[in-house]
Design a protein. Structure first.
Length: 365
């Protein structure tokens, strides 16, 4: 079928997982597979990582946890989001761990559990991200409350870096120091806590002192570095592509696409690709991006529309059915780290923006 596709290279995923395991040593790996595993397909990715021996998974929504459970995933699942009444059944199942962000969360969980069947939870402390989590100055107080709440079993304590990917490490190091103080408090007040984690992908790659005994890799699992350039041990898992559906000639003065953004200065050949912003190809590629076809680079001309994109073929022979790669190819222009810098975006946007109508092809090679 002539439609946009995302090839998902499962062996690359396995290699990335093993590379991360080597970096973190004995630390447990909680793979972050929220947002459909960053666009790669959560169920398929989870099953591969399960077979590799991953400790567990992190999700943002209760519905994402349900999807994994219904697909037969049996590893622990950490729900990173807000505790809600609708999700209490998940927490009571024993497989899904909730995140405690406030004293109100403690009170709600206490009312819906028992000492004989406690809810497993991870306590989040805000060490400087400024989003979810109990403020650092309230950490001791909430831990004291939890110590007297047998209905809740605090399995882990965690936080989140705000600037781990940046060159200036001052704020990251300050957060790390705050988290070390949190760990000391937990060891004193909640001595049965098993896991401490703050390292995201950037922390894993450039801050080994942040690994502690659990890490949460996200984008690095999918072979993309958050550090601004490709990492030599990670391989992209996704190849985003679209087929050529028409090759035609343009005469000098002809324009292509909405708003006539591109006008040919001379007679030239163009090709139309079956793909557009409805598939996750960003409109910033309009008259600016490029694709890789048969190892060569071709510029995108005119506007990226909902379903079609035009490219300039130059003098090369391009045929209907040829594969045009947007990212995940061999050319530098198809590296997400490069694209993110060029368009002042982050790689996460490209991956998570791949829509449901894009076929995911699972490839074992």
């Amino acid at each position: 079928m002539l439609q946009p596709e995302a090839d998902i290279y499962l062996n690359q995923l396995k290699q990335n997982y093993l590379a991360i395991k080597k970096m973190v040593g004995d630390a447990k790996v909680m793979a972050v597979i929220k947002a459909n595993a960053y666009g790669h397909g959560a169920i398929s990715i989870a099953h591969v990582l399960s077979d590799m021996g991953v400790h567990g998974f992190c999700v943002a929504l209760g519905s994402e946890a349900v999807e994994l459970i219904n697909a037969g995933i049996r590893e622990p699942i950490l729900h990173l989001g807000k505790i809600t009444f609708d999700n209490l059944r998940l927490y009571n199942s024993g497989q899904v761990r909730c995140t405690i962000n406030s004293i109100d969360d403690v009170l709600e969980l206490k009312e819906n559990a028992s000492a004989n069947s406690p809810i497993f939870a991870h306590l989040k402390i805000d060490t400087g991200m400024g989003r979810m989590g109990t403020r650092f100055e309230n950490a001791e107080s909430i831990m004291q409350t939890l110590a007297g709440t047998p209905e809740i079993r605090v399995e882990g304590v965690y936080s989140h870096f705000a600037t781990a990917e940046e060159t200036d490490t001052k704020y990251r190091d300050w957060q790390l120091d705050q988290f070390r103080k949190v760990i000391k408090l937990a060891n004193d007040i909640l001595p049965d806590t098993n896991y401490f984690h703050i390292a995201n992908s950037a922390g894993i790659l450039k801050c080994p002192e942040s690994h502690f005994n659990m890490v949460r890799p996200g984008i690095s699992l999918y072979g993309v570095s958050p550090l601004g350039k490709p990492h030599n041990t990670l391989k992209p898992v996704m190849k985003m592509k679209a087929p050529v559906v028409l090759v035609k000639k343009m005469k000098a003065g002809d324009s292509v696409g909405y708003s006539r953004l591109y006008t040919a200065e001379k007679d030239e050949n163009i090709a139309l690709l079956q793909g557009g912003y409805a598939d996750g190809i960003p409109t910033v590629f309009s008259n600016s991006g490029s694709v890789e076809i048969n190892g060569s680079n071709y510029p995108i001309i005119g506007k990226v529309s909902m379903d079609l994109i035009a490219i300039n073929c130059g003098e090369d022979t391009i045929k209907e059915g040829d594969e045009a790669i947007f990212w995940g190819g061999d050319h530098e222009n198809t590296q997400l780290e490069y694209l993110a810098i060029k368009y002042k975006k982050i790689p996460y946007e490209f991956l998570t923006g791949v829509s449901a109508r894009v076929a995911r092809n699972l490839i074992n090679e």
